[in-house]
Ligand binder design. Sequence first.
Ligand code: GTP
Length: 205
Amino acid sequence: MNDIKISVLGSEGVGKSALIVRFLTRRFIGEYASSSECIYRKRVSVEGRQVNLELHDPCSQPCEGQSTLNDQILWADGFIVVYDISDYASFITAKAVVHLIREIHLGAAKRDGDSLVFLVGNKQDLCHMREVRREEAQRLAAESRCHFYELSAAEQHQEVVLIFSKMVQNASLGGKAKERRRRPSGSKSVVKLINNVFGKRRKSV
Ligand SMILES: Nc1nc2c(ncn2[C@@H]2O[C@H](COP(=O)(O)OP(=O)(O)OP(=O)(O)O)[C@@H](O)[C@H]2O)c(=O)[nH]1
């Protein structure tokens, strides 16, 4: 059995936790913790093979033992880089993250195929407030050799599952585990995740 490590990156409030929670629990809860960084573990089957999936959800606010973006990039086998289609600044951040992933992986002499990157425009249900044109994001994805998706964690369960499943499959086929430099701190089970989503900092969209 091998391990697959996926980091979900992007600026504050773009819906990273919402996407992970959707994938793990099928639910959209609306409010999510931002004060701690964590890794969620799940055993998944890829083409009949059991795989240990680790999903890293970073925290946007300063927290104890926080890993750096560089640590997170070196740790992961694959990346889901999220922006909010109604927030152009979040797209600029996503662009910088995608470039950094490419730079670090090339700098560390990783095989290019090892760095699987999906660029995801979330909150498609807010298209009446759209600030990021689909074509611009598609262009970035093509230039950076990323897969590109637009969706809504709030409204689309199947699409979210599809993206994570595809990433798991690609990372699994991409193969060899990387040497881990530093593992981001914290670990939660899905049960703890559900228990923890209540009573969190409220954010509005
Ligand atoms: N309308 C809409 N709101 C969403 C969607 N996904 C997430 N949100 C909302 O956006 C806010 C931020 O979502 P989070 O999942 O906490 O975002 P995050 O990227 O994990 O935020 P940080 O942990 O602060 O980095 C919450 O109020 C969510 O309910 C979506 O698809 N559509």
